[in-house]
Design a protein around this ligand. Structure first.
Ligand SMILES: [Zn+2]
Length: 285
């Protein structure tokens, strides 16, 4: 006998899932700063994501009638604008992920402000949207970042790791600030599937996980969260996991999720809105 979910989810759902994909493309200093002329091979590893992997992923999501969140550096938005329009047209959410995938932890608050301002302008001018979600490109930030994001109208972050339920960051003025939709490093597809020859990743040994094992692991994680009525999200990169053969991993995961009619598959902003509505008053959950 399952115990009831500790969380009130909408419409009697037992758990919530926000499938999230980071479309980093070739952004990030290692790929951009000296890559265009000197390191085309590495650049190509990244650009495969928006060129080839995202369209394939969009088709699979449509097949399973799943809506997701795409965190996209705005450098990628400027170079693949029509692809981003297609993502939005399919009903998915597009949200902040830096401009060139900056490591926020290394930036001053003024530099973080500049990145956010540039990103907001590009999203508004290129796509006509003002995102309400943010995932830090580095998985880390400084303590002032959450307050800064709030001033840009960001409602939620999916950057931290410390819970398996949404929670509120404290606001600078007291009370509730941003909603956090926590993820986990081991739900990042790099852990099992990344392989780059130069620079070497993983370093020291050529290895890739068995695709069936990866599908089983991810499905088991979802099922555990669902059993306990929690919130589950992913840090998946199309350039890593939406390659032709690896699509079997994602398809197996989607099939597992679709076996349950009491899981709420939602975009990050839907979950954040729900959390604010349900728990925004009267302190943290
Ligand atoms: Zn990223």
């Amino acid at each position: 006998m399952l115990t009831p979910s500790p969380i009130r989810w909408p419409a009697g759902y037992r758990s919530a899932v926000a499938l999230a994909f980071d479309v980093d493309g070739p952004s990030g200093d290692a790929m951009l700063d000296d890559s265009l002329l000197d390191n085309l091979r590495y650049f190509g590893e990244g650009s495969y994501g928006p060129y080839r992997a995202v369209p394939r992923l969009l088709d699979l999501l449509a097949q399973y009638q799943l809506q997701a969140t795409f965190f996209i550096p705005t450098w990628v938005v400027t170079h693949w604008t029509s692809l981003c329009e297609r993502i939005l047209a399919a009903g998915h959410e597009v949200a902040y992920h830096g401009h060139r995938h900056e490591v926020f932890f290394d930036l001053t608050i003024e530099q973080q402000h500049a990145v956010m301002e540039q990103s907001r302008t590009i999203f508004q001018q290129r796509l006509g949207i003002t995102p309400t979600g943010f995932r830090t490109p580095s998985g880390d930030w400084s303590t002032a970042t959450a307050t800064l994001l709030h001033t840009f109208g960001v409602k939620y972050s999916s950057s931290m790791r410390g819970d398996d339920r949404p929670y509120f960051h404290p606001a600078a003025t007291g009370g509730n600030g941003l909603v956090e939709l926590p993820a986990r490093w081991d739900m990042d597809d790099y852990t099992a599937l990344a392989y780059f020859e130069d620079p070497a990743f993983p370093s020291g040994l050529d290895r890739l996980a068995d695709y069936r094992a990866v599908m089983h692991n991810w499905s088991a994680e979802f099922q555990g969260y669902h059993r306990d009525g929690l919130f589950w999200t992913t840090i998946l990169h199309p350039k890593v996991s939406a390659k032709p053969g690896r699509l079997s991993i994602l398809e197996g995961l989607f099939q597992t999720i679709r076996q349950y009619d009491d899981v709420w598959v939602a975009r990050g902003n839907d979950v954040a809105d729900w959390w604010i509505q349900q728990y925004g008053q009267g302190g943290n959950k």
